[in-house]
Design a protein around this ligand. Structure first.
Ligand code: ARG
Ligand code: GLU
Length: 737
């Protein structure tokens, strides 16, 4: 009994913190793996050393990873600079090379050789050459009592000094980023290649199979991949696009495993996750999931319903709106999953437990007196910020993020600014361009839809927002029409000259003084100017103080966490820098009575097949391959593996990241997370948080058997590693308490 009493606190402690001891949660810095993660990763089955993943002295996995187009990840999979990334990451470029006669989105595209690859202007890929700790340089002259706004001035100064000091080649760049909310700083020496060409893409019916209905959903059957190639100068260095550039020779490329995956296998994901907020206090998480998300969701619900109604009725509108619909729906669906996930897993209670444990430790140690008020102070500031944060969301969602009316205003604003800032000649040139492109500018807009959106969102804002934060200008306009929201929108649109190409062309013929007068008296212009004024002075002026307080408090709280919980391994929140996540292939139990398997097969595509549907149609060639079971060497027990899930901690930006096996081979391509677990950005819980990857064998099958592009396969290195799964030996990932 006595022994039990002695070990009891230890058991409690273990249960409370053990989820932080093994894989699953965490986005780790590649150059710190050796000291923080190597043992853990090896215990989970990894056969590599940390320096096989990140090394400055020799080729390592990191040399095959690129930041793709700034928002996604890609990886090099041949010694000729072949890049694998998601279909949705290459989408804009695939779209830009598509015409009605040659629609690459619809038909797919497979280049026969280097000379038929398609240049993608504006697309670049960035390699990380090395990472250096520059914390002490960046914190020069900064004292504890300095607030964030004072600190920022010194950061800028220190950064300028540092940029002069860090050694780099002329073709390299240096980027400095803050970690742990401004408690640490790292410099990244990078190389950016600007000649990137499209090599291959499956048709949308494969690359976007299931589209928005299946987005964020498991089980999944999307072949979300595309292929590009990096080109370099004669000396293999970064160069602007030129016909004479050569395929880039990488320091390392990823071999592709043909052995497939099994439940329990070690996996890691290497890429550029964008943004997470894992160390919020309970109040911080509550504000996101119970206050802000519901408003954003409510507005987008309405906007999406309006778009959908028109899209279903007209093929033309479906094409016009599919891209904005996808973008709006993507976050909408993610937020719904996030709020539900936190609720379902008692995420707030879990955060509260952490807050209480923190408070308890701090209260008991005089040295931490300075941290005693942190949690209550944070809470106080969050609560004061709440109505303001909510109002910002209301206005942004209603009038900026989900309507193209805003773009109409922004275009005119830029033109007016060009006159003020760059002079008449530049203004006139841009104005001519605008008039020439006017028809195209409105190509993806239908004013009936935009009008209906404004009417509907205005009603939601009016009913939801507190009276003090209801914009006076809007109130007056609504009074004029007896609060008839449709009449309000009708009037706004019909009396504006920004809402049709013809009116814009006509407006742009006026001499500048008249043009300015006409623009400034346009109701859309006035509306947005008033909105900006109100957001800046009616909301932001008060919000800034609180936001800065919160930012200060979060920096101190983060430093305190690192100090107060020495047994916890803290990874820095995602900030679009290179990270390693690791976990294993595993299914999960989303709800009572349901168990999700970790792997899907091509059979599922046929189960979901809806002939002629824009989301679930299947290409005849794929149906044929399926019915003849013509899978070449890519099948497993007579079935074609398609996608799998794992407990790797990922977020937006990890799209296109490689899933890598125990030996460093590519086994899959990350492209999504499961809907139930999208809360992992604020509350990772290994019981339901999973990332979704396309199985590498499905990619090979599509390139080889579906597209007949065997020459692209020949460039790759296919390997057959022995299965290493030791199902029972991998440490259990224990559910977060
Ligand atoms: N949910 C994925 C991500 O966050 C995929 C988005 C693209 N696909 C789509 N159907 N909208 O980016
Ligand atoms: N689809 C996301 C992206 O584009 C990745 C999914 C996620 O958010 O984890 O980066």
């Amino acid at each position: 009994m006595k022994r039990l009493i002695l070990v009891f606190p230890f058991i409690i402690f273990f249960i409370l913190f053990s989820n932080l001891l093994f894989g699953g949660e965490g986005m780790w810095l590649p150059h710190l793996l050796k000291s923080l993660n190597e043992k853990d990763m090896q215990a989970m089955g990894m056969k590599m050393k940390a320096e096989d993943i990140y090394s400055v002295n020799k080729g390592s996995l990191k040399d095959a990873i690129v930041h793709f187009g700034g928002g996604c990840t890609g990886e090099i999979i041949s010694d000729k600079g072949l890049i694998l990334t998601n279909h949705h990451c290459g989408y804009g470029y695939i779209q830009s090379h598509s015409t009605v006669e040659k629609n690459l989105m619809k038909e797919g595209f497979w280049s026969k050789g280097n000379d038929t690859e398609l240049p993608c202007m504006g697309l670049s890929v960035t390699f990380i050459v090395r990472i250096e700790d520059v914390t002490s340089d960046m914190l020069q002259g900064i004292t504890d009592d300095m607030k964030d706004n004072q600190r920022r001035l010194l950061y800028d100064q220190n950064q300028n000094e540092l940029l002069k000091k860090i050694s780099k080649e002329s073709y390299q760049d240096v980027m400095i980023r803050g970690f742990y909310h401004g408690n640490q700083f790292y410099a990244f020496v990078t190389e950016t290649y600007k000649d990137v060409r499209l090599v291959g893409t499956p048709p949308e019916s494969i690359g976007k199979f299931g589209a928005d209905t299946d987005n964020w959903i498991w089980p999944r059957h999307t072949g979300d991949f595309s292929l590009f190639r990096v080109y370099a100068s004669e000396n293999n260095l970064p160069a602007e696009y030129s016909k004479s550039n050569k395929p880039f020779k990488p320091r390392h490329f990823l071999p592709i495993s043909m052995s497939g995956v099994a439940q329990g296998d070690f996996t890691m994901v290497f890429g550029f996750p964008g943004r997470t907020n894992e160390y919020l206090t309970e109040e911080g998480v509550r504000q996101i999931t119970e206050v802000q998300n519901p408003v954003r969701i409510e507005i987008r619900d309405k906007v999406l319903k309006i778009m959908d109604k028109y899209m279903r009725a007209s093929e033309k509108i479906k094409i016009q709106y599919s891209s904005s619909y996808a973008g709006i729906a993507n976050s909408w669906k993610k937020w719904i999953g996030e709020s539900q996930g936190v609720k379902f897993t008692n995420g707030l209670e879990r955060k509260e437990k952490w807050d209480m444990e923190f408070q308890k430790r701090v209260d008991q140690n005089l040295a931490w007196e300075k941290y005693r008020k942190l949690i209550p102070e944070l809470k106080k500031n969050y609560i004061q910020l709440e109505p303001l944060a909510l109002a910002k969301d209301y206005y942004a969602e209603a009038y900026q993020r989900n309507t193209q009316l805003y773009n109409c205003y922004i275009r005119m604003k830029r033109l007016a600014d060009a006159y003020e800032g760059r002079g008449e000649a530049v203004y006139l040139q841009r104005r001519t361009e605008m008039s020439e492109q006017a028809a195209q500018m409105f190509g993806n807009m239908d004013m009936r839809i935009e009008k209906e959106i404004i009417a509907a969102t205005t009603e939601i804002v009016r009913k939801g927002i507190s009276t003090e934060l209801w914009m006076p200008y809007l109130k007056d306009r609504l009074n004029e029409v007896n609060s008839d929201y449709i009449a309000f929108a009708e009037k706004l649109f019909s009396s504006s000259q920004f809402t049709s190409p013809e009116a814009i062309v006509k407006l742009n013929l006026l001499p500048y003084a008249d043009w300015k007068l006409a623009v400034q008296s346009d109701p859309v212009w006035k509306f947005y100017e008033e909105l900006n004024y109100f957001i800046n002075y009616g909301i932001q002026a008060q919000a800034t103080v609180l936001e800065e307080n919160i930012s200060d408090l979060r920096r101190i709280h983060m430093a305190a966490l690192l100090e107060v919980f020495p047994e916890r391994r803290f990874y820095p929140d995602a900030n679009s820098t290179l990270r390693v996540s690791y976990g294993k292939v595993e299914g999960f139990k989303p709800r009572d009575g349901i168990q999700y398997q970790a792997q899907t097969y091509l059979d599922g595509v046929m189960e979901k097949y809806v002939p002629g549907d824009y989301e679930f149609d299947v290409h005849p060639k794929l149906i044929k391959l399926y019915s003849e079971k013509d899978y070449g060497r890519y099948a497993e027990n007579g079935k074609m593996p398609l996608a799998f899930i794992g407990s790797n901690h990922t977020t937006g930006g990890n799209s296109g990241s490689p899933a890598i096996d125990a030996h460093g081979n590519l086994i899959g391509l990350n492209f999504d997370r499961v809907w139930e677990g999208t809360m992992s950005d604020v509350n990772y819980d290994v019981s339901i948080c999973r990332n979704i990857m396309v199985d590498a064998r499905y990619i090979l099958f599509i390139v080889d058997k579906f597209a007949g592009a065997g020459h692209i396969i020949n460039e790759m290195k296919l390997v057959y590693p022995k299965k290493t799964s030791k199902k029972n030996k991998t440490p259990m990932l224990i559910k977060a308490s």
